[in-house]
Ligand binder design. Structure first.
Ligand code: HEM
Length: 316
């Protein structure tokens, strides 16, 4: 066996980052304390509730360990995952994999998702340490091994693009609650103007519909809850259904959508708090289905000479 599979030879590191997380199963699975870690499971690493509309496939859900590899070059990201899987071959096995992409990442423009809308506009700023401390980094409330880390929620969300693409842009904008081309809130011109959820038209109807995605997701609708979203898109081809429409053609569905990745200080006051009402009322639900995902506790970054999760695995 070669020391390295070789497909990244000569490539630059392409800003590769690798982020690890631990799933609930590492601490306890089927009531069994498999590694003597059950007492160290943080309260915030909850078993995820089942949300309205969830169709999570077992084969793409959960896991004991998560590895998120990001790079400007997909071959570099895959290389990292593949080498780690190979090194861990005797002790771990791959459960599921999802690739994703963000167009023109690193430019000044907010990237567009596959619905054609800018995604990530109203995120807490990573340049604002106070916001990061409040909403993203874990603090004193958690076991010491998680301090300075973060909880990541991932969801594989299929978007019925074949259905979405038939909608008028005005209807798409009502669904999202923002203008498609500029990314501005409805009734506004510029992307970064604040949402005004109280704005009404001349008939007194809300400019941003009651069940628009951004209204239900906004901090103002969720007791100030916020999460840091990293909206990757995915495109895994197409599936054909038994249905024929028009009769001369077999109906086709894209297996494509959003690989939703969101970091937060505590999922109970982050994703779960925000998504509970959205899963019931969001107009976008007509077009999206959650088909996989997980929740993982990501310990903080490493000091030199340290290994991932050292303070979790080392006995006092
Ligand atoms: C396929 C699924 C989804 C799509 C296509 C989508 C798309 C969008 C778009 C276009 C925006 C407006 C731009 C922005 O501020 O980023 C937005 C905002 C937002 N979305 Fe989603 N989203 C999806 C799923 C979710 C889920 C599952 C959550 C769960 C909590 C969520 C939470 C949010 C939040 C918190 C905002 C910011 C709202 C604000 O404060 O203005 N989204 N989303």
């Amino acid at each position: 066996m070669g020391a390295d599979s070789g497909e990244a030879l000569g490539l630059p590191s392409a800003r590769l980052t690798v982020t690890f997380g631990f799933g609930a199963g590492l601490f306890i699975r089927d009531g069994k304390d498999r590694y003597g870690l059950a007492a160290r499971r943080p309260d915030a690493l909850v078993d995820m509730p089942k949300f309205v509309g969830d169709q999570l496939a077992e084969a793409r859900t959960g896991g004991d360990l998560s590895v998120q590899a990001c790079a400007d070059d997909p071959q570099v990201a895959f290389h990292a995952v593949r080498q780690l899987a190979r090194l861990a071959d005797d002790v771990a096995q791959v459960r599921w994999v999802q690739t994703g992409f963000i167009p023109s990442y690193g430019t000044n423009e907010t990237p567009r998702n596959l619905m054609g809308f800018r995604d990530g506009t109203n995120n807490p700023s990573t340049a604002d340490p106070k916001a990061m401390e409040e909403f993203v980094w874990v603090g004193e409330e958690s076991p010491d091994w998680m301090r300075g880390g973060s909880y990541v929620v991932v969801r594989r969300i299929r978007i019925a693009l074949e259905h979405w693409d038939r909608m008028k842009v005005a209807f798409q904008e009502q669904t999202v609650g923002r203008h498609k081309y500029s990314g501005a809130p409805l009734g506004k011109k510029n992307e970064f103007e604040p949402l005004d959820l109280d704005a009404a038209d001349t008939d007194g109807n809300p400019v941003t519909p009651e069940n628009a995605h951004v209204r239900l997701a906004a901090a103002a609708s969720n007791d100030a809850a916020q999460i840091l979203r990293r909206p990757y898109s995915y495109n895994d081809g197409v599936n054909f259904t038994a249905e024929r429409w028009p009769p001369w053609r077999q109906a086709m569905e894209y297996d494509a959508g959003l690989f939703f990745v969101a970091y937060q200080r505590d999922p109970r006051t982050g994703f779960i708090k925000i998504f509970d009402r959205m899963s019931k009322f969001d107009m976008m639900n007509q077009f999206v289905t959650h088909v996989g995902g997980g929740l993982f506790a990501c310990p903080r970054g490493l000091a030199e000479g340290e290994f991932i999760g050292q303070s979790l695995f080392e006995r006092a």
